[in-house]
Design a protein around this ligand. Sequence first.
Ligand SMILES: [Zn+2]
Length: 385
Amino acid sequence: MNTSYPLLLFIPDFMIYPFIFAGLLLSYGSNAMAFDINPFKEYNGSIELVQTFEQPVLEMMVSSIINPVHEELTVKTLFLVRDSRKPGAESINDELIKTVIRGVRWNDDPLHFLPENPQQWLMNFERASQLANQDQINENFDLFYRSHHADLQFLHAMASTETESAQATRSAILSWIEFTYKVASGYIPIHTPFKKLGNFLTPQSAKFIKKYFTNNGRRLNWTPAYLFSLKCTREIIPPSTVGMLDCTNTSWLPPKQNVQNIALGSLLHVIQDSFSDSHVTRHPDYDGNYSLIHGRSAVQTFNAYQKQSIRLHRGADSYPRDMDQPMKQEGFNVEEVSAEIVSYALVDRKRARYRNRHAIVNAKLKKGLFHLLEPNAEAGSGKYK
Ligand SMILES: [Zn+2]
């Protein structure tokens, strides 16, 4: 997975950062992010997330690591399961909430740069923006580069290219949901090598894993445990030299439940992002560049970042306007749909492996949240041109 460039020079941090950040402020580049995260806060057993890491000011100014929107939507969801005593509610405890939150950050930070290395997160992000503008990111690049700027934008419920059809984007989204659901529920054992995932997935999703993860013999021996506990560092030396990716901090034997919870969080991230108005244009239409998480119905278009204005796109990624409002039409509220999936996954986790209910979840999503009004619609821009 590593694309490495030689380290050409070394300049002490304090000398280079003022210049880099000045540049970043001007050139914050093309990417799929959606709802902000804030990895410097942690869940502490109440609905409030508390500050546990010092929050770097400059990085926050230029990036999406500012408001804990994904985290708060996740807490809302897990509390809904617990407080409405849905099946599986008894599994929800502080430890689960903390690790699902780690998972909901995974899509934005799959190499776990945060919270310890915010400068690396941001500089790699910026470098990825530059490379994406030159169309230079390919499958040899690491997951961080591909998640935000290239072919893995389904991790944020977006199209990866300007011409991708709604059907193709949905198919990738649903395959990611299948994979993460089956890991989260224990159907796929966490130490299963990627080359054997086909034994656990529908043929379509097995193809998806081949296309995006094991193409040309790459990552055949990766496992869900490794994928979801990656912890790497990668220095950037300006002007544009990228250092070696070093993932030696990754734990090879993480606790099973942590891996399952991170997978569940990653699944929730995709559902949550699909409510970002700049990522998915849902029915019915409304005016204004902001997101709503309640009463949002079928998909008109999945949007492509390349077709949008960066500044306008960001407007929809802060707090949804109806964050604290009651839910609306049944089946079309982010926390309601998310809570149902969490409940299924937590119950399945306690059952024997062969009673996995992913097929039911998939059918519900296809008919509901990811119903397509025009399956052949090309990726759009929404109101964010
Ligand atoms: Zn996202």
